[in-house]
Design a protein around this ligand. Sequence first.
Ligand SMILES: C[S@@+](CC[C@H](N)C(=O)[O-])C[C@H]1O[C@@H](n2cnc3c(N)ncnc32)[C@H](O)[C@@H]1O
Length: 413
Amino acid sequence: MKDKIPPPYTALQRHPMMPQASHDEASRFNFLTLFNRYLSGEIGRGNRVAYETRVLPAFKVIHGREPESREEIRVAMNQDPFHRMWSALKRNSMEMRQQNGRQIVLRQLDELDAKARAFNAASGLLELDPSVEQPVYATCVDIHCQPGGYHGGEREGDVTVGANYDVGLFATTGGALGSLNDGGGQAVVGWVKANRPDWQPKRILDVGCTVGHNAVPFAQGFPDAEVTAIDTAAASLRYGAARAAGLGVTNIRFVQASGEDLSRFPDNHFDWVQTTMFLHELSAESMPKILAECARVLKPGGLLLHVEQPQYGPDMPLYEQFIRDWDAYNNNEPFWSAMHGVDLKAVMAQAGFPLDHQFVTGVRAIPDKSLFPASPDGDEEDYGRAAIWNAYGAWKPNQDNGLTSGAKKEISA
Ligand SMILES: C[S@@+](CC[C@H](N)C(=O)[O-])C[C@H]1O[C@@H](n2cnc3c(N)ncnc32)[C@H](O)[C@@H]1O
């Protein structure tokens, strides 16, 4: 039992931009962290009991067959009292997390904005371009109940949404991402070093970086590289650049740009193009455009890596697809279901990454074990809440360097 208890909120590293939580605010996050763990784990298992003992038998009586899609399971489960209660609790936990984070940030917004301005003026890590349009698919809802999404603000030029994202991610992830919420980025660095020990990427592009939780570890892991972290949302970038400067990172720039239009970068420019938990927030129209741009700016022999939750496929049981789909219908993730349902390998192939250059591997977040002794290993699957992802990757074809079969032997991180 002890190893199932997440670390306390106070285990988070207090980097200079991190909003200060009072005793009561930290306690609320501790409650929500435990609540989320409990909802995803012990209580969440009741959904399967409801499905197997009530919902599935009733479905078979009515239809004379098994469900044929995750949508059919969802419609049937939405009638079940236990699932409805679980869903309501989960939705409420999301809203409470956002309210707590937002209240912490608004209370000290003057100070946070002033600090961000000072860091960004001194470091030169931030490059904003007001001409960059906010994609409609990103502004049409407050994504995962985040007030203002990634781009909104309380007032012109502020850091509200970036600061709120950073201060509360711990509660959403049950503390599984480590003391800087950067365990995913650290895991990717570990994966690259294990798979290409002698590779020294010089230019790295992170598309959809938000506040740089996973781009900053690339800059730290490859200090000789120059990391360009792009996002359309100025409000997130302002906070991210200041956070990176506060952490003493100098080989990264936070640039306002859209992945749909990377024309500011020449062809074959980057050694590595990364996205992390990004593709599922894209519309069906934008994803192929972004992948095509990624292919264009990547050097031959370079690495494209997308860290994501697993795609639904014929091998994934329909019940699992249904439970993984929860966020799409209850947590303002409008593209989650459709994106996870596409044949991502085919979309990547169309963008210029042939199937025999693609690979899928596993990436598990590396939490800081000294600060997070009680963090679970994550062996237990909890359908989308554990810090374990699939990485969908490809090495861009290169006729000359023998890397054409580089996709074959990948080591899981
Ligand atoms: C789920 S977050 C990604 C998390 C982030 N990669 C990390 O490692 O913490 C999605 C981000 O993609 C950004 N975004 C959406 N569409 C974009 C586009 N066309 N170009 C660049 N960024 C985009 C959003 O503003 C948001 O910050």
